[in-house]
Design a protein. Structure first.
Length: 133
């Protein structure tokens, strides 16, 4: 009865934790290093967005919410509205193509575990806006 339910619940919880790992994954130091690189370019007042990946560790390390976009058109419209923003990308996911009216510059390419250059930080602005300092 109760022991079986408790054992089953514990098994599911442990399986989930071992699969996801959260902040205790072996690559957490790479995740933190990427966060610190992002902090060198992005101020608390800047717009910082994520593409597909939730960037949970970066939200924790940077002490801010990072909205995640899954639709390229919605992301592009948000970038146009902002005029200038920063976008974090995980290259293992769907490659993001920048629309022609947006000027994108890759600022950071960071390794994560065995994946070389997995995380990228891009500065994106409208082509017709003033150059970024």
């Amino acid at each position: 009865g109760v022991a079986v339910v408790v054992a089953a619940s514990a098994s599911v919880a442990l399986a989930t934790a071992s699969h996801r790992g959260g902040f205790w994954r072996s690559n957490r130091l790479d995740e933190r290093a990427f966060s610190m690189q992002v902090a060198e370019f992005v101020t608390p007042d800047d717009t910082l967005l994520g593409w597909l990946e939730p960037f949970e560790e970066q939200q924790y390390e940077l002490h801010r919410v990072i909205p995640t976009y899954t639709d390229p058109d919605t992301l592009a419209n948000t970038l146009r509205d902002a005029g200038k923003a920063f976008v974090m990308v995980d290259i293992r996911r769907v490659r993001l193509t920048w629309p022609e009216d947006l000027l994108a510059e890759r600022l950071v390419s960071a390794d994560n575990g065995d994946t070389k250059g997995q995380f990228e930080l891009w500065r994106v602005q409208l082509h017709n806006s003033r150059p970024v300092d």
